[in-house]
Design a protein around this ligand. Structure first.
Ligand code: NG6
Ligand code: CA
Length: 518
């Protein structure tokens, strides 16, 4: 009797165990399935007014507009910086770039500037089971210095959280002009090794400076070193013929890789950082887009980027995962017309306003340097809304961490997930902005720019970069275009911002010394 009882108890226990295990597995699976895919579409030098949902000029971006109008659009959305490397550093690490002395525009030979022990957005997502990928522009350095481009290149994106990487090392205008898949240069012939140098040319190799007859695109300033595909670049390079990229097919190529990544990872939660190269120089839209905007190569490159966004969304739709994918769209810094090549961006710009109603542009501490197109789209999950909340790309790490129920956060990155989903309007209280190693401070609707020496206008690019020899204070609610400096008439507000700014910058930072900075 006793034996029979224990046997039945044993069987019952087994059955209960079996079902509870099954239930647990099911819960784990649903949890996995419920984790949305995350995509960041990040453009290069796209200005606040370059998207037609924000600026009803002659340049049309219908695919971007369609997403933006169905999502949460930020009118006070910022990159941390007015140039690429620092903005990308902040996006991926959730740490202000002025805390890292090497977070400046990097040459193609720069070592990796993200510490491999540092928290990153993809690493955080990996702890929740995400597969992580980057396709496009990197510009955060590779290796540890003196990289041999013919060997596996470490550390790089794989060592800071990306399971898969298909990248260009620095910028489209910098050597090496090859793609790198994970750690290897794509299509490299070992009998034709690549050599790269940013200081001196390789004997007998033509340059933009010495061989203008070989150029299809003329340089205006800088950009007169090695010539690849008729385009003079920054830096010298030799060899690697079979690995050289095609500039005019670059957008198609990255799109193809992004689509393939989605296809291969559609059955598990994934994070894709789709870092498009447009409209950074050299602007090389595919011939399909040449002339379609009438605005020259820059407008055409933006039209091409817009088309890529449309194709990419179609892919998510066709794979049946659009509803389970949250998409963040933004740009690494503001716009510039002439960034070093004669490509008719200036001549054909007409009445288009890449900077919208903002002052300045790329490299500038004024608003157009860092305030960029920024929206979140999630089909069926968030409602269309325009939000004036103050948000920065640096906040994505801590915010997305909340979305996936992780508790990995960083100090500089604020958890604004409810703001990004359009459920709250309470954004950041303040934000430090950076442009070519200078910083400014926004608090509420005020912005304070400390005095800086150096020219007020960066001549070659023809952009007001924010240097003045006294403090500047603007009320962005009343004066979006920053035309009236209120520093003298509002000493109390100026002082309040200064004190808070100094506290955040820390380490004895002294803004009165910034006059000495160049
Ligand atoms: C500048 C380049 C500019 C661009 C920029 C980086 C010159 C004269 N100018 O040094 O063309 O490449 O670096 O842009 O070389 S960013 O968007 O990647 O920050
Ligand atoms: Ca850029």
């Amino acid at each position: 009797m006793y034996k029979r009882l224990t046997t039945s108890a044993f069987i019952i226990t087994l059955v209960v165990l079996f079902f509870s295990c099954k239930q647990q597995k099911k819960e784990e699976n649903t949890e996995m399935q419920e984790l949305p895919n995350i995509v960041i579409i990040y453009l290069d030098d796209l200005g606040y007014g370059d998207v037609s949902y924000q600026n009803s000029g002659s340049l049309k971006t219908p695919n971007i507009d369609k997403l933006a109008m169905a999502g949460v659009r930020f009118t006070n959305g910022y990159a941390t910086s007015a140039t690429c490397t620092p903005s990308r550093y902040a996006l991926l690490t959730g740490t202000y770039p002025w805390r890292e002395k090497n977070a400046k525009i990097l040459p193609g030979t720069a070592p990796l500037i993200i510490d491999t022990a540092q928290v990153t957005l993809p690493k955080m997502l990996r702890t929740k089971g995400y597969h992580t990928g980057i396709v496009g522009k990197w510009h955060l350095g590779l290796g540890e210095g003196n990289v041999d481009w013919n060997m596996p290149i470490h550390p790089g994106p794989n060592e800071v959280g990306f399971d898969y990487a298909y990248i260009l090392a620095a910028t489209q205008d910098r050597v090496p002009t090859v793609y790198i898949e994970n750690s290897r240069v794509v299509n490299l012939d070992p009998n034709d090794p690549i050599e790269v140098d940013y200081k001196k040319n390789f004997k007998g190799e033509p340059t933009g400076l010495e061989n203008p007859e070989l150029l299809d695109l003329k340089w205006h300033h800088g950009h007169n070193n090695s010539i690849v595909n008729g385009i003079p670049r920054i830096g010298f390079m030799k060899g690697g013929k079979s690995a050289l990229w095609s500039d005019k097919n670059m957008a198609d190529h990255f799109l193809e890789k992004a689509k393939k990544y989605v296809h291969q990872n559609k059955d598990r939660p994934f994070f894709l950082y789709y870092a498009m190269q447009q409209p950074h120089v050299p602007r090389t839209p595919n011939p399909r887009f040449k002339g379609i905007t009438g605005l020259g190569a820059r407008g055409d490159a933006i039209a091409e980027a817009d088309w890529c966004v449309g194709e990419f969304i179609k892919t998510l739709e066709n794979e049946g995962i659009l509803e389970n994918t949250i998409i963040v769209f933004s740009s690494d810094n503001g716009p510039v017309l002439n960034d070093g090549y004669y490509d008719e961006a200036v001549e054909k710009n007409g009445s288009h306003r890449p900077w919208g109603d903002l002052r300045g542009g790329k490299y500038s501490l004024y608003e157009a340097g860092t305030r960029v197109p920024f929206f979140v789209y999630w089909k069926g999950k968030i409602a269309s809304k325009q939000s004036g909340a103050l948000v920065s790309q640096i906040d994505l790490l801590s915010s997305l961490s909340t979305l996936v129920s992780s508790d990995i956060k960083t100090e500089d990155s604020k958890d604004l997930m409810d703001v990004f989903l359009g459920r709250s309007n309470i954004g950041r209280e303040n934000l430090v902005l950076e442009a070519t190693s200078r910083t400014a401070f926004r608090k509420g609707h005020w912005i304070m720019i400390p005095p800086y020496s150096g020219p007020a206008i960066a001549k070659q690019v023809n952009i007001e970069i924010g240097n003045q020899d006294s403090y500047q204070l603007y009320d962005l609610n009343e004066d979006l275009g920053q035309s009236t400096n209120l520093a003298e008439s509002n000493p109390a507000i100026l002082e309040e911002l200064r004190q808070e700014f100094l506290e955040i910058r820390g380490n004895g930072f002294d803004d009165t010394k910034s006059l000495e900075l160049k």
